[in-house]
Design a binder for this molecule. Structure first.
Ligand code: PSV
Ligand code: MN
Ligand code: MN
Length: 405
């Protein structure tokens, strides 16, 4: 069935003038990092529902992440969060990951869970608290050295709830001061990815509220600082793919935190609420990967694709498998866009023709293509089903109920 379905698919794409060899090699190169915190228990402010079988420590989180990679071939690295994933010996964690065919990915500092940080971490009015926060960032660079991580992903909960609560410009200067110290501690092959978010937990102002602020800090810091786009961190209706195109053009798009949202930073499984948005993000990326400017092409090759989700009611491992598969599907569709058709429509001022050419790729069923690639890579054709049949979900029940966050 796979062969026949693929033969038909190939024929249809040949007619459209799509180079399937190139599409296949790009799809095989796709890497999506999963977050350690997506394997543990999490919840809303109303309730955390403890699940049986969740990892009890960072070593078990890595084991679960390895299962996702084994079944999908898409996720060879796992991001860690410090101190949630604090261990005595990070070299040991790295070796454990490697023994399972995995690497440790981005290191995420945590400057939002200590009481000291109620009124801000790196932007706190108290110098001692700012010092403590910056020291934690520096500690994370030490962790990166031990884990062999390239990226530090920075998200700050800093902000205020009421007008007058803080001096916005002083806080801006304190943020830069701390980021500068961190930047200077980076090794030449490391990057800092600056994440922004316009709301929550602070609701009047957030110190790093949008991509422009993140970009401005990155420019001030230097080439190793780039912007991280979390798809759940914008106001409703924001055109995320425009931000993506703009940052790529400035060569400052460091990476993504993918997730879906209906209302705010819902952190739901990516591609479940608005797959078209994800597809349009990849459209911009694919377009840039065809740019005549080599710098842009290289920049695109270094974008880090990461999942950032909280699985509150769903089973964690299948949720992660579904997430990376959804990203793969939308990327595959974007790779099938017929750019010559769009360019022609643009030249002719054919607005609807251009829209049609983009959307038609989204409407293509890429199942035969993905099956064929998985077959070639010795992966299960249906990773979700393979997970259900693997027995791993039952095996981990012996871990008991409720684990590390
Ligand atoms: C909080 O909004 C958040 O979801 C950010 O997106 C971070 O990347 C993540 O938590 C992990 O700290
Ligand atoms: Mn995020
Ligand atoms: Mn978030």
């Amino acid at each position: 069935m796979t062969d026949r379905a693929y033969a038909l698919f190939e024929e249809q794409q040949q007619v459209r003038g799509i180079d399937l060899n190139e599409v296949r090699s790009k799809l095989k190169a796709l890497r999506i990092e999963t977050p350690s915190w997506g394997y543990g228990d999490s919840g809303t402010r109303f309730k955390v529902f403890p699940k049986t079988g969740v990892p009890r420590n960072p070593f078990e989180k890595v084991e679960d992440a390895a299962v996702v990679h084994r079944l999908t071939g898409l996720s060879p690295t796992v991001a860690i969060h410090i101190p949630w994933d604090k261990v005595e010996d990070y070299g040991k964690l790295k070796r454990h990951a490697e023994s399972l065919g995995l690497g440790i990915g981005a290191v995420n500092p945590n400057l939002f869970q200590e009481e000291d940080y109620m009124l801000g971490s790196v932007t706190n009015t108290e110098a001692a608290i700012r010092r403590k926060a910056t020291d934690h960032l520096l500690e994370c660079v030490d962790v990166m050295k031990e884990t062999g991580s390239r990226d530090i992903s920075l998200w700050f909960a800093d902000g205020t709830n009421y007008p007058g609560q803080g001096d916005i410009r002083k806080r801006k200067a304190w943020m830069l001061e701390s980021l500068r110290e961190l930047y200077q501690a980076l090794q030449p092959d490391m990057r800092m990815l600056i994440e922004y978010k316009s709301f929550e937990p602070a609701f009047y102002h957030t110190d790093l509220a949008d991509w422009g602020m993140a970009y401005n800090y990155a420019l001030k810091l230097g080439p190793q600082a780039e912007v991280l786009v979390d798809t759940g961190h914008h106001a409703q209706g924001t055109n995320i793919e425009h931000i993506v195109a703009y940052l790529i053009d400035e060569q400052r798009l460091g990476g993504f935190h993918f997730n879906s949202r209906k209302y705010a930073d819902d952190d739901l499984v990516v591609g479940t609420v608005n797959p078209y948005e994800l597809f349009l993000i990849f459209y911009q990326i694919v377009l840039a990967s065809r740019d005549t400017n080599e710098g842009i092409r290289q920049h695109v090759d270094n974008i880090a694709y990461m999942i950032d989700q909280s699985h509150n009611i769903e089973q964690k491992i299948p949720a992660m498998i579904r997430s990376v598969l959804n990203v793969q599907t939308q990327y595959a569709k974007a790779l099938l866009i017929q750019h010559a058709e769009i360019e022609e429509a643009q030249r002719n001022g054919d607005v609807l023709g251009a829209e049609d050419a983009v959307r038609r790729a989204f409407e293509i069923d890429v199942t035969p293509l993905l099956h064929s690639i998985r077959e070639e890579q010795g992966l299960p054709l249906d990773p979700m089903r393979a997970y259900r049949e693997s027995g791993y979900g039952t095996q981990i029940l012996t871990r008991g109920k409720g684990g590390a966050s």
